[in-house]
Design a protein around this ligand. Sequence first.
Ligand code: PMT
Length: 396
Amino acid sequence: MQDKNIAVGITGGIAAYKACELVSRLKKMGANVKVAMTRNATEFVTPLTLQSLSGNPVVTGMFDRPAQWEIEHIALAKWAQVFVVVPTTANLIGKLAAGIADDFLSTTLLATRAPIYLAPAMNTQMYTHPVVQANMRKLREMGVRFIEPATGRLACGDVGPGKLAEIDAIVAALEEAFQRVRDYADCRILITAGPTREAIDPVRYLSNHSSGKMGYALAQAAVRRGGAVTLVSGPVALEPPAGLEELVRVESADDMYQAVIQRYPDQDIVIMAAAVADYKPKILSGQKIKKTAEPLVIEFVKNIDILAELGKSKTHQKLIGFAAETENLEEYARTKLIRKNLDLIVANDLTQEGAGFGVDTNIVKLIDRSGKTEDVPLMSKADLGDLVLDRIKQLS
Ligand code: PMT
């Protein structure tokens, strides 16, 4: 943390006093800390306290010093290497998700390009409210990271999720953030995401349930960490991350193969997170197949195995595959790791609650070519994206 620039935002929750301990800890670790408070936060803890602890002037409201605020909020946005908001209220989450900038803190959060970490703290009923959860999902998809609240007895007497994460956990998340700042700056990385569609006729196709969230989370993390990221995406309903070097939209496995193989020589890393169809119809009907009294029988033939082809022609690249299974997860994943000449495989059991298709979380087993296995518990696909990139960095 030595000499790192950390902006600490404080919003108006009962846990605001804990921000004092965080600022004090970060200062003791050698970090430079600047604090921005909402007006409501000043009802819980005084700016003077934070000024004393941080050793820097504290900015509150928007128009304390109108002459300077434009300079101050842009300056803070640029100065910060990491931005953490402790505690984060439902109000701040909603404003950030909606792009509302009606005070200094919300304005600066929109202006900064530093990684943003939010540590929510609120009543359980609020935290679990669908609109708060939807706002958090939207922010996660944009690369905002959450330091999940603890579960326990809250100030209001309720018991459940919503208690501010321990200061140790917040400090650990910030230390991890600094390990990840631009550590992919010299890296060219191609990621595939989403399903493929195998046409049967001009109207019908065969596909699967992939939403693209896993691949997009990996791409988001790689962009944030400075990588030159090419995202090859099947048809999904997600906004691509900002800052990609190239976005290539494809439909079929053959399209995806062409898009990947021609870019492969220029890549340092390829991560095949896409759910590529293993089969396609032997015959593609030029006309819509008309209904008859007879059953419709379609013969399918195998698609090209893109990952296996990449494994055969691997030179300097690191090659990472996924394994989507419903049984024998480790055995099948190990087989794919070896057979496809991978450096790492990310295996997920699609039958597990909170894992696999469509959800914002995943539960995986990581296996590298040395045979090292790591069980990763349920976590957001955003956090898993960073973890997979951490593990790729650690590959020998
Ligand atoms: O997109 P989400 O909704 O977030 O869901 C995420 C996910 C479940 C799709 C993802 O976590 C995942 O498991 N992706 C891989 C799905 C898949 O095709 O797994 P597989 O075990 O069938 O294939 C093994 C590997 O070979 C994969 O890396 C796949 O990209 C690749 N493959 C498969 C078939 C094929 N013809 N060519 C390939 O390259």
